[in-house]
Write a protein that binds this ligand. Structure first.
Ligand code: ATP
Length: 198
C-alpha cells in the first residue's frame, strides 16, 4: 500500500486538486475531515479537548470551533496543547482508515493534509504532491474567496510555511496558477506517475 501526501498552502488549490484526483479514481483521505471526526460528540477526543479548554462546547454538547479557534489563534502554547491532543488521535484514525482500504485491496491512496510539511509528516509518505501558486496569486485568491482585506490575508499566509519553501519537499509540483484545464492535465500526469510506481 502506497500513500501519497497532498499539500499546499491556504487557497493554493488543494481542494481543487483533491477533487480532480477523486474524479480520476484515487482514494483520498482528508486530514481535516478526520480531525473533525475525532472530536464528534461522545468521543474521547472531545472529552479531552473540553477538559483542557473549558467553555468550548455549545449548549448541545458539540465543539464550538470558532470559540476554540479564538482561544488558540495567536497563542502558540495553547495551540501546542490542542495539537498534542488532536494529532495522535488523527494519526491513529488515519492508520485505521488506511488499513481498511488495504483490506479492500486498494494499492495506493492520497492523504490530503494542509500542514503536512509544517508537521513533518512528509517522511511517512511515499511521495508528496505540492499544489503551488505564486504568492501574489495565492493572496489574491484568498482575499476573493474569503472576503478578506490584504492585512487579514497576510496574517493567514504568515501562519504557514511559504509555498516556495515547501517545494524542496515535493515529489511532484502542480502549478495551479493557470486555467483549471492546465491544473487538470498536470494532476492526470501525477496520477499516472503514481500508477506507474505500482
Ligand atoms: P484551503 O486549504 O484554504 O481550503 P485550497 O488550497 O483547498 O484552500 P481551493 O479552495 O481549491 O484552495 O482554491 C482557492 C480559491 O481559488 C477558490 O476560490 C478556488 O475556486 C480558486 N481557484 C483554485 N484554482 C484555481 C484556478 N486554477 N483558477 C482560478 N481560480 C482557482
Amino acid at each position: 500500500m502506497r500513500i501519497y501526501g497532498l499539500t499546499g498552502g491556504i487557497a493554493s488549490g488543494k481542494s481543487t486538486v483533491s477533487r480532480i484526483l477523486r474524479e480520476l479514481g484515487a482514494p483520498v483521505l482528508d486530514a481535516d475531515v478526520i480531525a473533525r471526526e475525532v472530536v464528534e460528540p461522545g468521543t474521547p477526543g472531545l472529552a479531552a479537548v473540553a477538559a483542557r479548554f473549558p467553555n468550548v462546547l455549545t449548549a448541545d454538547g458539540r465543539l464550538d470551533r470558532a470559540k476554540l479557534g479564538a482561544r488558540v489563534f495567536g497563542d502558540a502554547t495553547e495551540r501546542a496543547a490542542l495539537n498534542a491532543i488532536i494529532h495522535p488521535l488523527v494519526g491513529k484514525a488515519f492508520l485505521e482508515k488506511l488499513q481498511a482500504l488495504e483490506a479492500q485491496g486498494v494499492e495506493r491512496a492520497v492523504y490530503d493534509v494542509p500542514l503536512l510539511i509544517e508537521n513533518g509528516l512528509q517522511a511517512g509518505m511515499d511521495g508528496v504532491v505540492l499544489v503551488w501558486t505564486p504568492r501574489a496569486l495565492q493572496k489574491a485568491r484568498l482575499m476573493t474567496r474569503d472576503g478578506l482585506d490584504e492585512a487579514a490575508a497576510e496574517a493567514r499566509l504568515a501562519a504557514q510555511l511559504p509555498l516556495d519553501e515547501k517545494r524542496q519537499h515535493a515529489t511532484w509540483i502542480v502549478d495551479n496558477s493557470g486555467e483549471l484545464a492546465s491544473t487538470r492535465a498536470q494532476v492526470e500526469q501525477v496520477w499516472r506517475a503514481m500508477l506507474a510506481r505500482g
